[in-house]
Design a protein around this ligand. Structure first.
Ligand SMILES: C[S@@+](CC[C@H](N)C(=O)[O-])C[C@H]1O[C@@H](n2cnc3c(N)ncnc32)[C@H](O)[C@@H]1O
Length: 203
C-alpha cells in the first residue's frame, strides 16, 4: 500500500484560508495589481501559487482562461468550489512543468515559498509568450517575524530586496522591471509589513 502524502501547511489551512485576517487584507491586492497589468479578453493567465484564488477569481471575468497552479490540492479544491468555468486548477510544482504558455503570469505571496528564485524567474520567462508580462506580489525584505514559524510554513525567503529580484528577472530575459509598494499589511504582532508589486515583460 502506498502511504498518503503528508498534508502541507496549506492543505491544513485551506478550509479557513479566505476567513483569515491576512486574506481579508490581501483582498485589496487584485484591483491594485490589475491597474498595472494590461489584459486582453483573449488572454490566458497563469496564477502561480493560486491558493484559493485571491487573484485568479478577479482575473477570470477579464480574460479567456486562467490556469491556477498550486501544489496544494486542498487549496485548489476551495477554489474549484467557487465554480468559475474559465479557471482550470492545476495541481503540481512549477518545476515539474507547466501545462501551457501564457500572456501574463501573476502571483501573490508565493515567491517566498520557492527556494530557487533564479529558477523560478526562468520558469516564468520560459512560460510567457513574447511580450507577455509578469505581475508578482510579495514581501519586501523582513526579519523573519512575518510568519514566525518559518520552517513549518515552508518559508525560504524573508521577503526580497528589489535590486536582487530585478537582477534575477533580467537574467531570465525579463525587461522593464518596475517595483511599487502595493499594500502595507497590519500584522497581529503590531507591526506593518510592506508588500511590493513587481511588473516586467518578456522581450
Ligand atoms: C501563501 S499561499 C498564497 C495563496 C494565494 N496566492 C493568496 O494570496 O491567498 C502560497 C501558495 O503557493 C503554493 N506553492 C508554493 N510553492 C509552490 C510551487 N513550487 N509550485 C506550485 N505552488 C506552490 C502553496 O501551496 C500555497 O498555496
Amino acid at each position: 500500500m502506498t502511504a498518503a502524502p503528508t498534508p502541507s501547511h496549506f492543505d491544513t489551512a485551506a478550509r479557513d484560508w479566505d476567513q483569515r485576517p491576512m486574506s481579508q487584507q490581501l483582498a485589496a491586492v487584485p484591483p491594485r495589481l490589475l491597474a498595472h497589468l494590461p489584459l486582453a479578453p483573449t488572454d490566458h493567465v497563469l496564477d502561480f501559487g493560486a491558493g484559493t484564488g485571491l487573484l485568479a477569481t478577479q482575473m477570470a471575468p477579464l480574460v479567456a482562461q486562467v490556469t491556477a497552479l498550486d501544489m496544494s490540492g486542498a487549496m485548489l479544491q476551495v477554489l474549484a468550489d467557487k465554480g468559475f468555468a474559465n479557471i482550470t486548477p492545476h495541481q503540481g510544482d512549477i518545476f515539474a512543468g507547466l501545462p501551457g504558455r501564457y500572456h501574463a503570469i501573476v502571483s501573490c505571496m508565493a515567491l517566498h515559498h520557492v527556494a530557487d528564485t533564479a529558477a523560478l524567474m526562468q520558469a516564468f520567462a520560459d512560460a510567457l509568450h513574447p511580450g507577455g508580462r509578469v505581475a508578482l506580489v510579495d514581501l519586501y525584505e523582513e526579519d523573519g517575524s512575518f510568519h514566525g514559524d518559518n520552517e513549518a510554513k515552508g518559508v525560504h525567503h524573508f521577503g526580497f530586496a528589489p535590486q536582487a529580484l530585478q537582477a534575477l528577472a533580467e537574467r531570465a530575459g525579463l525587461q522593464g522591471v518596475a517595483f511599487t509598494e502595493i499594500l502595507r499589511m497590519q500584522h497581529r504582532n503590531g507591526r506593518e509589513y510592506p508588500l511590493f508589486l513587481m511588473t516586467a515583460r518578456k522581450h
